[in-house]
Design a protein around this ligand. Sequence first.
Ligand SMILES: NC(=O)c1ccc[n+]([C@@H]2O[C@H](COP(=O)([O-])OP(=O)(O)OC[C@H]3O[C@@H](n4cnc5c(N)ncnc54)[C@H](O)[C@@H]3O)[C@@H](O)[C@H]2O)c1
Length: 338
Amino acid sequence: MKDNTQTDSLMYNIPYHTADLSKLNILVTGGAGFIGSNIVEYLMKYGTGKVRVLDNLSNGNYKNIAKYETDSRFEFIEGDIANIGTCLQACKGIDMITHQAALGSVPRSIADPARSNAANVTGFLNMLIAAKDSNIKRVVFASSSSVYGDHPALPKFEDVIGSPLSPYAVTKLTNELYAKVFGSTYGMEIIGLRYFNIFGPKQDPNNPYAAVIPIFVSKTINKEVVFIDGDGEQSRDFTFIENAVQANVKALLTTNTAAVNQIYNIAVGEKFSVNYLYNKIQEILKAEHKPTYREARKGDVKNSLADISKARTLLDYDPKFKFEEGLPITVDYFAKMY
Ligand SMILES: NC(=O)c1ccc[n+]([C@@H]2O[C@H](COP(=O)([O-])OP(=O)(O)OC[C@H]3O[C@@H](n4cnc5c(N)ncnc54)[C@H](O)[C@@H]3O)[C@@H](O)[C@H]2O)c1
């Protein structure tokens, strides 16, 4: 496998901010991971004063950010958010935080709920405490569409949620509850982004809990067996990474007082089935690799589709990449890896 840490030249060509970033010091937790390293890429590209990454590399890849190590604006701390001392150290001299560090994946949380809780709940609480004690007001954090749990309604509106279906969903819901209480109790400005199936360059295809798009692409290219869970008719609001980065930028920099201490759906607002996704990938790769169907996964929801009008209205979020525009960029990125 080749090292392929450059994102496509089609990405991050539009700035999503008008403010001067050069005086801002921003901490990106989980910045060696998929979403975090894309946020780092945007912030470095547009001249942010300091970009500090805190990551324990449990799931991320240092290669995603290695190209910045000689840039004096960039700093990397290898450390665990489950350690409050590390969080306090990472917050020194920082103006705002985008918190992406967590152990993702529903199946991983089912296999080891304690480990997910340590990173996602204790780690999140530590970051909020460290931000409060360091007088950092603005914290943007990664929540998840899994918070909608067993609520059947489509599309999903932020204030109508069901019961969580997995330990992972419990951790993300707990984050949202802590965020609300820290906002009201300590006067902090905390914004939660409920991501819906983010995909794109730098997503890891190689761990046992990898997401569906990198798995489909890498296994098709390598002619390995591709499993589709259930009948493949489950659908998702697949969201290209640049849209998620845009949401982080808007949330970090918004001056709209009505936009803070809120939770937002971050998606495109269109759903596609897993079978459709699989066939599109075959088409882009000019392949005819047949999938193998197996039992549906525990804790998975059948359909997922976001209403994104709240983020559009309050955050001025406007996803520029549709699923079908982001997919070829992503497939091309993975194709160059092999
Ligand atoms: N990718 C998606 O579709 C999606 C959907 C919903 C929510 N999210 C959330 O978005 C965030 C980023 O996800 P991602 O897809 O980039 O995952 P990722 O695994 O690529 O990135 C997470 C990063 O956090 C780091 N990390 C994990 N535990 C840590 C700890 N205890 N201390 C320090 N660093 C730690 C990992 O090493 C990794 O680099 C996560 O909070 C995830 O739950 C992602």
